[in-house]
Design a protein around this ligand. Structure first.
Ligand code: SF4
Ligand code: ZN
Ligand code: ZN
Length: 318
């Protein structure tokens, strides 16, 4: 029976990139310490009202449990945000999981419903299936989530939004942006983005955490996580998914490679790329007043077109 590196007791978790076995308690401690280290290293101390975006998935649930109690004990106000995207039963189950986790930690949960803006992701998917909307559903869904997250945080006067982006997806995106030469997109991967002009600061404390670790951590805690897949998860594998598999394969043979690569991208490459980019110009959306690179903003444009389509089907393309 393997022994825990810390206490010598029976170990349950083999962590290849740490070359270590841990018992349940010491794996939890190891995980939380690493999340806290990333937060401390990259997020300025001044943030006092923090909003955790919680989808119900294992990553956002892990982030909430690993960080919210610690932030609160250092005097920071922590709340959670659930965005009900209107994806049938999936959204209902996701809400239940998010609220159970927030309740168990005594953290207030703010819920925002896309349906209150007049449409849902089910509507978007229906229009996409009829080829009236050409853009992929997940791309629209991502834009909607980013918009609502920022809007709620701004209106409720939070000064930081934390999301559960983990290493595997983020490194695959970073690699894709390096290969395609998209400096502007590459920079967005960083673990902390300061707020400006109505955009609330963002943090990603799981950026150096492997996907497998959030699964082990939530299992070790025994907390509920969303186990059903969104019905709109793409079936066709994108280049980013292929890059992710490739990076995971390299990491299997060279444990720790992915974390090392992300560290170099964040600490060396992104600052150099950022310094070479002109500042992104932001305008105020004339419809909703939120900052955007276009007027109207992407969300208002989408919303207006869907409302128009609902009123007279076949009138437009999105
Ligand atoms: Fe949204 Fe796509 Fe994720 Fe479903 S799979 S929640 S549509 S981004
Ligand atoms: Zn131990
Ligand atoms: Zn707008």
């Amino acid at each position: 029976m393997p022994r825990c590196r810390v206490c010598g007791g029976n170990a349950e978790y083999w962590v290849p990139w740490a070359n270590s076995w841990f018992c349940r308690d010491h794996f939890i401690e190891y995980f939380e310490r690493r999340v806290w280290r990333t937060y401390e290293k990259y997020v300025p101390k001044r943030h006092r009202r923090v909003l955790f975006a919680v989808s119900g998935g294992k990553d956002s649930v892990a982030l909430l449990h690993a960080l919210a109690p610690r932030l609160r004990s250092s005097g920071v106000e922590a709340s959670a945000l659930f965005i009900d995207l209107g994806i049938g039963d999936y959204s209902r189950v996701a809400y239940r999981v998010a609220s159970e986790n927030a309740d168990s930690l005594g953290i207030p949960l703010i819920t925002v419903r896309l349906g209150d803006y007049g449409f849902t992701i089910d509507d978007v998917a229906g229009l996409a299936a009829r080829k009236i909307i050409r853009r992929p559903v997940c791309s629209i869904c991502g834009m909607v989530k980013r918009y609502l997250m920022n809007k709620v945080a701004f209106e409720e006067e939070f000064d930081l939004v934390l999301t559960g982006h983990t290493l595997n997806d983020s490194l695959a995106f970073a690699t894709q942006n390096i290969y395609s030469g998209s400096g502007r997109e590459l920079v967005k991967i960083r673990p902390y983005t300061p707020g400006r002009d109505g955009l609330v600061a963002r943090g990603k404390p799981l950026l150096f955490i492997y996907e497998a670790e959030t699964r082990w951590y939530t299992e070790a805690l025994g907390v509920p996580v969303l186990r059903v897949k969104c019905p709109y998860t793409p079936i066709r594998k994108s280049v980013v998914v292929s890059l992710k598999r490739m990076l995971e394969d390299i990491d299997k043979r060279h444990p720790g490679y992915m974390a090392m690569a992300m560290r170099n991208i964040v600490d060396k490459l992104i600052p150099a790329v950022e310094a070479s980019l002109p500042p992104e110009r932001l305008v105020k959306c004339s419809r909703c007043g939120m900052p955007s690179s276009t007027d109207p903003c992407g969300f208002c444009r989408l919303r207006e077109r869907i409302m128009r389509l609902k009123a007279s089907p076949g009138s437009d393309q999105v």
